[in-house]
Design a protein around this ligand. Structure first.
Ligand SMILES: [Mn+2]
Length: 290
């Protein structure tokens, strides 16, 4: 009943599943310290520590149809990764299922969004310490430093909000003056309060559908230090839990990127696994109440 190497409670077949777990063990565009390629398996391993019953929603994950598709290929170049991830994700969206994708570095997110059959109908809540708005980084337009920009090119600047940002280059700020992607800084969130700033961010997305791309470095390194490019003054785990809960009625997919197990005592991958489970129970609860 507990096949080793799968996400906990992922016992459904692909056809039965409402949620589909996919790992992308790719970190070739990591710019500081590597290791996110080991993220998917570490997150799966930590998922087994949790009870299947969720106290707040009354949902039991053992009764939710979840399928674990395993990991994608490891891929050579970032361009190969992009094509591979699109090909893996397209059938999941096409079947109306909700993908939960574990990275891997943040370069793995744009091809997930690009795999949606109608990307212009999707709003993206992009939780990240960094703006990720470079046109290219070290010669690679598919670097993890370019991911919000690639997503904007697909869904439109009005359909992306970067939330929790606190690290940006002057060039990214200048480029964005003409492009106009919205962002809410970690400093604004601390001042305004999480509930209000989240409402504001979600209201910016006029789409019925919301996709959450979570770079684990959006969360403060005190809670999630095992990541490639840690950045102080971040969100709390509870802030991100709330973001998932507020987006749940509109949520069509989620990724959790940049968990880097070589730097982890287990805390960061544990948090990532718990946030994935939060998304599953909150979406399940939201759909049952309608
Ligand atoms: Mn980041």
């Amino acid at each position: 009943m507990n096949p080793p190497g799968t996400f906990a409670d992922a016992r459904a077949s692909f056809d039965e599943a409402q949620f589909v777990i996919v790992g992308v063990p790719f970190d070739r565009t990591t710019s500081f310290r590597p290791g996110a390629r080991f993220g998917p398996d570490a997150i799966r391993q930590q998922s087994w520590t949790f009870e299947s019953y969720d106290l707040e929603t009354g949902i039991d994950l053992s009764e939710v149809p979840i399928h674990d598709l395993g990991n994608t290929d490891e891929y050579g170049s970032s361009q190969q990764m992009v094509e591979g991830v699109r090909a893996e994700l397209a059938p999941i969206f096409a079947a109306g299922k909700i993908p939960i994708v574990f990275g891997g570095d943040h370069a793995c997110s744009p091809p997930v969004v690009e795999a949606h059959p109608d990307p212009a109908s999707v709003g993206v809540l992009y939780l990240d310490a960094h703006m990720d708005f470079r046109s290219e980084y070290l010669g690679d337009p598919r670097s993890h430093g370019c991911s919000s920009r690639r997503i904007v090119e697909r869904v439109g600047a009005r359909n992306v909000v970067v939330f929790g940002v606190r690290s940006v280059s002057r060039q990214e700020v200048e480029d964005n003056r003409s492009i106009g992607m919205s962002f809410v800084t970690a400093h604004e969130i601390a001042k305004e309060g999480i509930e209000s700033s989240l409402q504001r961010a979600l209201n910016m997305l006029k789409t019925d559908r919301v996709y959450i791309s979570l770079d684990i470095d959006a969360i403060d390194p005190a809670y999630a230090g095992a990541t490639g490019t840690p950045e102080p003054f971040g969100l709390t785990p509870r802030d991100v839990k709330l973001a998932i809960g507020q987006a749940a009625p509109r949520l069509i997919g989620l990724d959790i990127m940049e968990v880097s197990p070589p730097w982890d005592t287990g805390n960061t991958s544990n948090l990532a696994a718990r946030l994935a489970r939060e998304a599953i129970v909150r979406v399940s609860a939201a759909r049952h109440s309608h």
